[in-house]
Write a protein that binds this ligand. Structure first.
Ligand SMILES: C[S@@+](CC[C@H](N)C(=O)[O-])C[C@H]1O[C@@H](n2cnc3c(N)ncnc32)[C@H](O)[C@@H]1O
Length: 305
């Protein structure tokens, strides 16, 4: 995620009536109006190999089969616990204040933590940090609101249990994996599968450069991903910022540019002129069957387009 959009106001996605578990670098909670209509509904299996905060999955209607994956263990533990043991997690969160001390005590590296405690700490770090980076130290690590500018973050925390209960419901039946994305893509490729692929942005396309995730991808990794995506039988919706590499590798895919949009920056919304969200598809998203069918083979690829 670029530096200019680094500070994601907690709950900004929620204001639009969308499900948002926590703010995340590169999270697509602000682009759902653009993205959701491009994801075919007539597939049987929906796969998100670079899941992050699951902003897309959580806001899609259910598919018969759904797979979420991320290489970051904390994200995966959080969603697994929320799916399988929501009552205990929510009860613990109800007793967790929005506080600097709580935030600093939320050490994700401590040995021997039970999954439910790891999940609780993960959410504290993800929601109470300034920038959705899980950062624990530093001048601007804990998000606080001294001048009424941070959209009532502490008040929103009180509402978290209710929001998480809804998200837990949506997660029922979702397969949650913690593996390298390319393995997951290979394993689940089929003609009736749709992949929403949202890898870390190509470095040259980022405004501020630098690493934003614990697990990043260099240009060679992006090339391996492109080789794999181009060989798939399933349909692919790939997100990113425009860059020379993708222009070359996906030249024969359908490219769709999001309309200019105001995105959050330093706790204000402003138009992000530097980076425009782009989607590349190996099919024509404007010509897919309107009615989902579980039994017909509706997944014929129309690529290249
Ligand atoms: C752009 S974010 C995804 C954001 C997500 N679409 C959302 O809306 O919240 C990219 C994610 O890919 C994950 N990631 C990076 N390298 C990975 C890999 N090789 N395999 C699986 N996940 C990876 C990162 O941990 C990060 O959460």
């Amino acid at each position: 995620m670029p530096a200019r959009t680094a500070e994601v106001p907690v709950g900004a996605g929620e204001e639009m009536g969308k499900q948002c578990a926590f703010p995340w670098y590169g999270g697509k909670q602000f682009h759902l109006g653009f993205l959701l209509p491009l994801i075919p509904r007539d597939a049987i299996h929906y796969v998100e190999p670079f899941g992050g905060a699951a902003s897309v999955l959580l806001n899609l209607p259910r598919y018969q089969l759904e797979t979420f994956n991320d290489l970051l263990g904390g994200v995966v533990t959080f969603f697994r616990v929320l799916r399988d043991n929501p009552d205990e997690l929510i009860a613990k969160l109800e007793l967790t204040p929005w506080s600097r001390e709580e935030f600093e005590l939320a050490d994700l590296q401590e040995e021997g933590l039970l999954d439910v405690e790891l999940a609780r700490r993960f959410l504290v770090r993800a929601r109470q940090a300034y920038n959705g980076s899980l950062a624990q130290r530093g001048r601007r690590a804990w998000k606080y609101d001294a001048r009424g500018k941070v959209s009532g973050v502490a008040k929103r925390w009180v509402d978290i249990p209710r929001r998480l209960a809804r998200i837990s419901e949506r997660l029922q039946g979702v397969q949650i994996e913690n593996r390298p994305a390319l393995d997951v893509i290979r394993r689940h490729d089929a003609r009736h599968t749709v992949f929403y692929v949202d890898p870390p942005y190509v470095h040259s396309a980022r405004v501020g450069g630098g690493n934003r995730y614990q697990h990043e991808m260099n240009d060679d990794d992006h090339r391996d991903l492109a080789d794999l995506l181009r060989s798939l039988r399933g349909r692919v919706v790939l997100s990113g910022y425009r860059n020379d590499l993708y222009d070359q590798w996906y030249a024969d895919w359908r490219r769709i540019e999001a309309p200019a949009k105001k995105v959050p920056s330093r706790n204000r919304f402003k138009e992000n002129k530097a980076n425009t969200e782009i989607v590349w598809c190996n099919f024509d998203p404007y010509h897919t069957p309107a009615t989902p069918s579980l039994f017909e083979d509706t997944s014929q690829r129309t690529s290249p387009v």
